[in-house]
Design a protein around this ligand. Structure first.
Ligand SMILES: N[C@@H](CCC(=O)N[C@@H](CS)C(=O)NCC(=O)O)C(=O)O
Length: 300
């Protein structure tokens, strides 16, 4: 069961869709274009909140599934989020943007003064895409095996400075670069694969706990159920199940012959929780149900 840990949220403006008018562009207002489920956009959103720039940087949410045409045409030709409209220009790329917002706006600095911390911070930031890629790739295979080294990397990194629970001791842009992804991985891996990324990693456990106490971040968190649904659709693709019914039946027979549970023959991604097979109507109908994906298939 997913716990509702979102806390009190600031009112979120409704996402703009293909039928929404554009805001009065380049009128001197600084605007941050995001999509609520986007982890890249979340980085800049957290930075803006943490520095207390809610009145200086206006949040504009876009519905990426029903994107307004003017966004690509008039705002950001890359047609991605996040982007920042500031001083008559539109800038993109989340890592560049968090650095830009930190350097060009008031509020608590998010880069430490200590050169050793700055250097390690750059090293961690340059690793974040690899970290994400490793975990995302593992979701298509065996995440417990595949993602472990990525989270071990984080545990080791958290041991570098001992003057606080964050990656550079104090909360910084580096935590902001990682947390939106770790949030999603933690929820999905725990809910679907029963894999707790904090088990045996006490520093990661404390880090996640401490980041969650930061309101600027808590305000941006996604509904855990939404994360699970989105990632299930993307990573637990059961299309094979519908098209490959005969192969599945064959595995079922093989498993029976070998006295194994039938689902042990299924690909890892569809073995989670429990796959159930039932015979109905005197074995005329066979129902295959993959509980993890809530997809079922009926055959005679
Ligand atoms: N490298 C970019 C990635 C941004 C990105 O991929 N955003 C996604 C949403 S999470 C997007 O806008 N996708 C729309 C598309 O690709 O059409 C960054 O760090 O800002």
């Amino acid at each position: 069961m997913l716990m509702a840990t979102l806390g009190v949220q600031a009112v979120r403006p409704p996402p703009l869709t293909s039928t929404s008018d554009p805001p009065p562009l380049f009128d001197g207002t600084t605007r941050l274009y995001i999509s609520y489920p986007c982890p890249y956009a979340q980085r800049v959103w957290i930075t803006r909140n943490y520095k207390g720039l809610q009145d200086k940087i206006k949040l504009i949410a876009i519905d990426l599934e029903d994107r307004p045409a003017w966004y690509k045409e008039k705002v950001y030709p890359e047609n991605k989020v996040p982007s920042l409209e500031h001083n008559g220009k539109v800038l993109g790329e989340s890592i560049d943007l968090i650095k830009y917002v930190d350097a060009n706006f008031e509020g608590t600095p998010l880069v430490p003064r200590d050169p050793a911390k700055q250097e390690f911070g750059e090293e961690l930031i340059s690793h974040v895409d690899t970290f994400n890629k490793d975990v995302f790739t593992s979701l298509k295979g065996d995440p417990v095996q595949g993602a472990s080294s990525a989270f071990d990397y984080l545990e080791n990194a958290l041991g570098r400075f001992d003057d606080g629970p964050f990656l550079l001791g104090q909360f910084s842009l580096v935590d902001i670069a990682y947390i939106p992804f770790v949030e999603r991985f933690q929820i999905f891996l725990s809910e679907v694969f029963k894999y707790d990324i904090t088990e045996g990693r006490p520093k990661v456990a404390t880090w996640v706990e401490e980041v969650n106490k930061i309101d600027a971040y808590a305000q941006t968190r996604l509904d855990p159920q939404q994360i699970v649904e989105r990632y299930k659709k993307r990573y637990l693709n059961c299309n094979w199940f519908l098209t490959d019914l005969w192969a599945t039946s064959f595995s079922f027979l093989l498993c029976n012959l070998n006295s194994e549970h039938w689902c042990c023959r299924l690909p890892q991604r569809c073995r989670i929780d429990c796959c159930e097979l039932s015979f109905l109507c005197n074995q005329i109908w066979v129902v295959f149900i993959c509980w993890s994906c809530r997809i079922y298939s009926l055959t005679t």
